[in-house]
Design a protein. Structure first.
Length: 307
């Protein structure tokens, strides 16, 4: 009996050690992630605020200014660092891409889950996974080789502009939004559909009034997540938007976004100068918008759980 008790105690002690080691490893991983996130936030915010506290640039002029030329000054001696054209360009391509991708993604998700699950699982799902895995530079190169010449020859302008960037971003975020929308529709309980059909509703009435309404929060989360990805996309947009720091008056004229200006200018500035600090200010605005999208996603998720 004593030998058996000793063996049991040995096993219990080994399990306790393994559990304590697992907790320690998990805590270290979480601590590293939190430290990395806090460090990134502190670095970007501190660098971004240097424009306003060190270089004495007005925040109002930065947000509402229309001229972007950090190396030049206006008649009053203030640097021309208006970020309004890039902010408008970023929001324009994001909203247009979301407006086009959202109905296409929802329709594809409904087809894959409600209408033809077998075909969707065998054909469409692998296609979506393939599109998700394609690098953004490939999308940008295709847009530069196909979309831009098509717009130039068949519509108007040089081909570069918000329209070309919208087409590229729509294709980029479509598989992501579709995959998340599929998961949201699949999460609707089966007895919801059975109850609706038992009451005499048609399949389309069930999809429209039961399935989509029940999965509304998940679909909204998918759309916002796609918008967050579109807002932060850099290389593909830079290749097709034209990178002209002016307020766009047409979808077919060159424009710019926050990310395109960042990717072009960050390697050509000296750390600590106004030209460099103002780019960090653009990065801070981009970070703030990304956090805003995350807050919206979490808010929608909480409302979904509350229901």
């Amino acid at each position: 009996m004593e030998v058996i008790n000793e063996e049991k105690l040995t096993r219990v002690s080994k399990k306790a050690r393994l559990e304590s080691r697992g907790k320690i490893i998990t805590f270290i991983c979480i601590a590293v992630m939190v430290l990395a996130a806090v460090s990134i936030l502190y670095f970007v915010i501190s660098k971004g605020l240097s424009t306003f506290f060190v270089n004495k640039v007005s925040f109002i002029d930065f947000i509402s200014g229309k001229d972007w030329s950090p190396s030049k000054q206006d008649a009053a001696g203030n640097p021309l660092v208006g970020a309004l054209p890039m902010i408008i360009g970023s929001f324009a391509v994001t909203l247009f891409a979301a407006c086009i991708a959202a109905p296409l993604a929802i329709g594809a998700a409904i087809f894959m889950v409600e209408i033809s699950p077998r075909f969707g699982k065998k054909v469409l799902q692998p296609v979506m996974e393939l599109l998700v895995g394609i690098p953004s530079v490939v999308y940008g190169f295709i847009g530069l080789s196909v979309v831009v010449p098509f717009i130039r020859e068949h519509i108007s302008g040089s081909g570069f502009g918000i329209a070309a960037a919208t087409v590229v971003l729509t294709v980029m975020i479509l598989p992501t939004v579709t995959s998340l929308a599929v998961d949201a529709i699949k999460a609707v309980p089966r007895h919801y559909r059975e109850a609706s059909l038992a009451l005499g509703a048609t399949r389309w009435q069930t999809i429209w009034r039961v399935v989509l309404r029940s999965s509304r929060a998940g679909i909204l989360t998918a759309i916002v997540f796609g918008m967050a990805r579109a807002f932060g996309e850099a290389l593909a947009v830079q290749m097709v938007i034209g990178n002209s720091a002016v307020i766009p008056i047409s979808l077919f004229e060159p424009a710019s976004t926050l990310t395109s200006i960042l990717t072009m200018g960050m390697g050509n500035t000296v750390m600590g100068t106004l030209d460099n600090n103002i780019l960090w200010s653009l990065a801070m605005v981009l970070l703030a918008m990304s956090l805003f999208f995350i807050i919206i996603i979490r808010f929608i998720g909480r409302r979904r759980k509350a229901k």
